[in-house]
Ligand binder design. Sequence first.
Ligand code: AMP
Length: 190
Amino acid sequence: MSSKNVVLFGPPGAGKGTQAAKLKEYLDVPHISTGDMFRDNIKNQTELGKTAQSYSSQGKLVPDEVTIAMVKDRLGRDDVKDGFLLDGFPRSVPQAEALEKILAELSTQLDHVINIAVDDEEVRSRLAKRASIEGRADDADPAIIQNRIDTYKSQSEPCLDYYRPKNNVRDIDGIGSVDEIFVRIKKVFE
Ligand code: AMP
């Protein structure tokens, strides 16, 4: 199998978490979800959690320096030496730049940026649906959903322009069944 340092990218509601759960099994690498890490910290009301909550509850990004420090710490652990699946990071160009630096310090690099592409209307309807199923606070309020979409457009989507010249972006059509989309993602590693 080809190299396994992977970023799973896409708008909120693209299905990153669902696909990551399958892909981490397939690649046999740790799944590193910054959203899950923040939610764990929020649940346990750690200092990091309290900071994260003040942003995530409004659909805003947690500041780069906080998020980057958390990811740097996680990527310093031994279990990522044969690969990792980053889900929800990077979400800003400074985060993408920081990731490149962190990986260079670890004498490695990013192999694939898998971009799950889903249009705005689909994102909106999926987030509304997820709110009723998972009860996530940041999915419940249409104004917060709009904030998350706007944040994605203004801060996260430019990461693709950062990565495209490096030729490691793979665009995946995110419309279809979970299994159909997973088949498309697996092709990246064939
Ligand atoms: P997610 O589950 O990936 O949608 O993340 C939930 C929330 O956690 C986001 O709306 C942000 O507030 C925060 N978050 C997750 N990942 C990041 C990141 N890379 N940078 C900043 N904030 C993040």
